[in-house]
Write a protein that binds this ligand. Structure first.
Ligand SMILES: Cc1cc2nc3c(=O)[nH]c(=O)nc-3n(C[C@H](O)[C@H](O)[C@H](O)COP(=O)(O)OP(=O)(O)OC[C@H]3O[C@@H](n4cnc5c(N)ncnc54)[C@H](O)[C@@H]3O)c2cc1C
Length: 330
């Protein structure tokens, strides 16, 4: 069955990433299992371009930059990181946990830390996506605004009918050579007139009732144009070097009932040491609930520290409850 870990962290959002760093700093053997292809959880999916002002040590930082720093920090002691692996099953066998992912990967661990947030937000594609010719490019079109450097001085198309797409387009207009939006509807949902005015102030063309029909590549297999049908069913092509789509999200919650984890209103009930009702399984971050709980990035860090320290004590009752990094790296 392969490697065995001290802590299997389910969820590679900000809580899971910090837990991985902290646990490996304490010399525990760690695996992070993240359902998405990218790490960073909600911060990467919802706030990559937004400025965050309430994480200690950063007067301001974008969501993407914060996640990058966290990945760098987490990587310091080389935890195993599995992305694109959604944990479906957790069983306790012979005093260890046996995790199985949707793709059938099996993981053995002494303890488990649930850092699942409210679940996995699967991104959706526009309706017409399935009609578009299959290609490697099609599969790789991002549904999250990350790697902002890739958009500098590029001709960018955002395919979206929502406020998120409008925000991305406005953000990218500061970096890109040009930005246009292809919206399959006749309007945007939840977008105010002032935001539409900002689009025109930023010279962002919006094509309404536009259905994507094709991607045209250059001889080096790089995107050069996208084609769409306009409301009169005329085919229009526009220059494009970068395409990203945002058509909403679908939440898939982790199957806590099946795992025997006690929840209240969808959140995991934890003790003050972040233990769940199942011995050896701890939880931290947005998914936990207790009196006074705040759903903030920094809260997840503190909870991760407590959870890891108590997972450590669960594995080795003689372990020190906490250690300063200044002492560890002395
Ligand atoms: C619009 C918005 C603005 C916000 N602004 C701020 C702010 O300004 N400051 C602030 O501090 N906080 C802010 N937050 C809150 C902050 O985003 C969250 O507190 C933080 O992201 C929680 O991190 P997490 O790691 O606990 O959960 P998440 O980020 O949700 O990560 C959980 C991860 O677990 C994965 N996962 C779930 N189930 C499984 C499974 N079965 N197998 C494998 N992986 C799984 C998910 O795919 C996900 O990547 C904001 C949130 C939103 C939505």
């Amino acid at each position: 069955m392969g490697e065995k870990f001290d802590i299997a962290i389910i969820g590679g959002g900000t809580t899971g990433l910090f837990a991985a760093y902290y646990a490996t700093m304490r010399q525990l053997k760690v695996v992070i299992v993240e359902a998405q292809e990218q790490l960073g959880g909600k911060v990467m999916q919802f706030l990559p371009e937004k400025k965050i002002y309430d994480v200690g040590g950063y007067p301001e930082i974008s969501g993407e930059d914060l996640v990058r720093q966290m990945i760098q920090q987490a990587a310091r002691h080389e935890p195993k990181i599995l992305t694109g692996e959604s944990v479906k099953q957790i069983d306790r066998e012979n005093n260890q946990f046996h995790l199985v992912t949707e793709k059938g990967k099996e993981i053995l661990s002494n303890t488990v830390l649930l850092a699942t947030g409210t679940g996995t937000f699967h991104t959706k594609r526009p309706e017409e996506w399935k009609e578009l010719p299959d290609s490697e490019f099609k599969t790789s079109v991002p549904t999250t605004l990350m790697d902002k450097e890739d958009y500098i001085d590029k001709k960018v198309i955002v395919a979206s009918n929502s406020k998120v797409g409008v925000n991305w387009a406005l953000y990218l207009s500061e970096l890109a050579e040009s930005v246009a939006i292809i919206n399959s509807e006749h309007s945007f949902s939840q977008v105010k007139q002032e935001e539409l005015d900002q689009l025109s102030d930023a010279n962002i063309d919006v094509h309404y009732n536009a259905k994507l029909t094709d991607f045209m590549m250059d001889d080096k297999d790089r995107l050069k144009q996208v084609a769409f049908l306009n409301e009169n069913e005329d085919k229009v092509t526009v220059p494009a070097e970068k395409l990203l789509t945002y058509y909403g999200l679908e939440l898939e919650a982790a199957p806590f009932d099946k795992w025997g984890i006690e929840t209240r209103k969808g959140r995991i009930v934890v003790t003050p040491v972040m233990a769940t009702n199942v011995e050896g399984i701890f939880a931290a971050g947005d998914i936990v609930q207790y009196e006074g709980k705040t759903t903030l990035i920094a809260t997840g860090y503190t909870e991760a520290i407590t959870a890891v320290n108590h997972a450590h004590l669960f594995i080795d009752p003689a372990a020190t409850e906490q250690l300063y990094s200044t002492v560890i790296y002395r």
